[in-house]
Design a protein around this ligand. Sequence first.
Ligand SMILES: C[S@@+](CC[C@H](N)C(=O)[O-])C[C@H]1O[C@@H](n2cnc3c(N)ncnc32)[C@H](O)[C@@H]1O
Length: 221
Amino acid sequence: MMMNADPELSLFPEDCRLFEDSFSAENTYRVSGQNITIHQYYCANLGVSASVWDSALHLCQFFEKESLDLSGKRIIELGAGTGLVGIVAARLGAQVTITDLSLALAQIESNVECNTPLSGWPSVAPAVLPLSWGRDHDSFSSSWEFVLGADIVYMPETFPLLLDTLAHLSKDGAVVLLASPMRREHGAQDFYNTVLPQMFKVELVQRDPESNINIYKATLR
Ligand SMILES: C[S@@+](CC[C@H](N)C(=O)[O-])C[C@H]1O[C@@H](n2cnc3c(N)ncnc32)[C@H](O)[C@@H]1O
């Protein structure tokens, strides 16, 4: 990014698009053997949902590293943001429901659309639905094989809501896989060491010290 020479002015990027209400960026990621093109719509409303966070890439790479067979599996993703994780799972043959707050759904729908394989989705096209933790999970089934979330543990005030939603969704035996940067200031340690174990058996299945991103597997007790 070009910066101004004057140090005071250099606080402000010259890229004027950053001051517009919205602009989009397109990136292609190679994950789990899939090329996925993600449009990120940066605008005031989308906030943290606009970005692909590193945890999402770590979770997709985990599928490959662990040779997880997702084909035909029923999977729900929480707090999907751009939809990358759910889209990768659907491209690997899973039946995926991608969820987030309503404001993020148009971005996810657009990404699902532009990642439709030429030959069609191997199983079914991902469903994209609103799910606000702790509020409307009752309208979702409990029969999933995997519940996925990348970088969704960052607001302590939402931890009890997230716990309720995870418990509802995994009643029938789902494996919960959560990838998180272990940011102390966001209470991630507390969530995994104290909050989640209230209802779940929790196991650290991957740690990357360089990025400080952990992946946890949890199953309802
Ligand atoms: C840091 S972003 C991560 C996005 C994406 N999973 C990724 O890793 O690239 C956190 C996501 O959680 C969603 N989120 C935050 N609070 C939520 C809530 N109460 N219910 C549902 N989703 C929520 C946000 O809308 C956002 O998309």
